[in-house]
Design a protein around this ligand. Structure first.
Ligand code: KIV
Length: 272
């Protein structure tokens, strides 16, 4: 019997397109570090997003705005070391692509070169068109992000559902089509009405991944710490919690503290 392990086939942007074409849903989660990225990759996740939500869940900031490009590259580099199968997409953080398309290209090149990730994601529609085109011209795959865009939270003023009104819904549809025409390989839609998200997904050829955008899209993305129940304060309607790691970790650490204090740990089998 051969001891050669079968090669793990890497998910590519082309495979995501094929998944949409054959109606197979795409599963995407965030990750920001080696250990968790390795776990979710081995569990069969299709796309790992090194999201700028790292600013919230890893650094404890109130918004995604403070995280820097260097910090995103640090997180992405750790994730890249762990992931063998999934496609790795990295958010370009706030302030590193809005200034000019040249800046957007430089930021993307740094992400790709220094981390080894496979694609970048940025927020916005027509206002980022030049940047999207410039990044794509360098051969870097781009994923769009419309609907609730956390980098614009101070403009929106709230994390409420976006595009409920016809004007904003029509603009979102136009922006989605524009991003596809520019050459984006995929699009994230965050917190918009399910019916609108379904319309976008049916209109676009490229995969549309939703978060709080209902079931009629081509895939789903969640922040890992939220779906594992590590985050406690954040419980929007769209969030399905698949585990209660907050409780599990709390119980384990209390048990450990108690064992250390009561001298139950370490025992004879745990010493040299
Ligand atoms: O940063 C992030 O985690 C994201 C997802 C919410 C899509 O952009």
């Amino acid at each position: 019997m051969s001891s050669v392990k079968p090669e793990i086939r890497r998910i590519t942007t082309h495979q995501l397109q094929e998944m949409k074409n054959r109606g197979e849903k795409i599963a995407m989660l965030t990750a920001y570090d080696y250990s968790m990225a390795k776990l979710i990759d081995r569990a069969g996740i299709d796309v790992v997003l090194v999201g700028d939500s790292a600013s919230n869940v890893m650094a404890g900031n109130e918004t995604t705005l403070p995280i820097t490009l260097d910090q995103m590259i640090y997180h992405a580099t750790s994730v890249v070391r762990a992931v063998k199968r999934a496609l790795i997409v990295v958010d370009i953080p706030f302030g590193y692509y809005q200034g000019s398309s040249g800046e957007a290209l430089r930021s993307s090149i740094r992400i790709m070169k220094e981390s080894g990730a496979h694609a970048v994601k940025l927020e916005g529609g027509s206002e980022v068109k030049e940047s999207v085109l410039r990044i794509l011209s360098a051969g870097v795959p781009v994923m769009g992000h419309l609907g609730l865009m956390p980098q614009s939270i101070y403009k929106f003023g709230t994390y409420a559902v976006r595009a409920k009104e016809t004007d904003e819904a029509n603009r979102l549809l136009e922006d989605a089509q524009l991003l596809e025409e520019c050459g984006c390989f995929g699009l994230v839609l965050e917190k918009i009405p399910s019916e609108l998200a379904g319309r976008v997904a049916r209109k676009l050829r490229i995969p549309v991944i939703g978060i709080g955008a209902g079931p009629e899209v081509d895939g789903q993305v969640l922040v890992m710490q939220d779906m594992l129940g590590i985050t406690q304060e954040f419980k929007p309607r769209f969030l399905r919690q698949y585990a209660d790691l907050n409780k599990t970790i709390n119980d384990a650490v209390r048990h450990y503290v108690s064992d250390v204090k009561s001298r139950k740990f370490p025992d004879d089998s745990e010493k040299y």
